[in-house]
Write a protein that binds this ligand. Structure first.
Ligand code: 5RP
Length: 239
């Protein structure tokens, strides 16, 4: 017996769907902040089809810069731009408050910088990224190489297991020439407090918890279509 039900959408199709949907948030004539990763690549491809409508982009990685330029989109340095209206980026996990884990694609430091310079963070993600509590995805942390061993022990002391990310038998170097740790076994119940604490540890460049730079909106790709989730400011939350 054959079924007429449409085939379920693949993760790639869900990413494509939200990448296209994010165009709605791009302000015509302005510079858009662009993140990194496979979902953002779908957004960049969609942006290519309306490139005449934007002034250009600020990019969070060498990989995104290359892709943007290949499509004829001008890429500006962060220092050339005062403020960015909208930043579009993916996430490895996002919770019900818009707090995220990011950095699976190794670009967390530049992503946090561009997000901090932007008025609005629009997260694009497939539904698998929505979680109740952050920490299931190994937490990326960019670190100064001379602090790597000590930071591995410091994460152990709070119950995490940190491993140095490797590539072709060598430590994976970020676009900034630093090391990355991936930390398993943490349940991050207080993302803001955790981010503030770990960011102070000597040798930590950037922790992949995005709490201060959380998402304002998430376009979540689901089988039923794109779900738009908005996250109120803490003082706007219903009491
Ligand atoms: C890169 C990131 C990405 O946004 C995150 O890893 C999600 O990537 P993808 O869209 O490929 O699932 O933080 O540093």
């Amino acid at each position: 017996m054959t079924s007429n039900a449409p085939a379920p959408m693949t993760q790639d199709q869900l990413k494509e769907q939200v990448g296209r949907a994010a165009l709605e948030y791009v302000i015509r004539g302005e510079i858009v902040g662009v993140g990194t990763g496979s979902t953002v690549n779908k957004f960049i491809d969609a942006l290519g089809s309306v490139k005449g409508d934007v002034r250009g982009a600020v990019s969070s990685s060498e990989a995104s810069t290359q892709r943007l330029r290949a499509l004829g989109i001008e890429v500006f340095d962060c220092n050339e731009v005062e403020e960015i209206a909208v930043y579009i980026d993916g996430a490895d996990e996002i919770d019900a408050s818009g707090y995220m884990i990011k950095g699976g694609g190794a670009a967390l430091t530049r992503e946090k910088i561009v997000a901090a310079q932007s008025r609005k963070f629009v997260c694009i993600a497939d539904a698998s990224k929505r979680v109740a509590t952050l920490g299931g995805f190994p937490l990326p942390v960019e670190v100064i190489p001379m602090a790597t061993r000590r930071l591995i022990r410091q994460f152990e002391a709070i119950g995490g297991t940190a491993v140095l990310r490797m590539k072709n038998g060598e430590p994976h170097l970020t676009d900034n020439g630093q090391h990355l740790l991936d930390v398993r076994g943490l349940q991050i119940v207080d993302p803001l407090g955790f981010e503030i604490e770990v960011s102070q540890w000597p040798g930590v460049v950037t922790v992949g918890v995005f709490a201060r730079q959380r998402a304002h909106v998430c376009l979540l790709g689901t089988a039923a279509g794109v779900e738009t989730l908005s996250y109120p400011e803490p003082d706007e939350s219903p009491s």
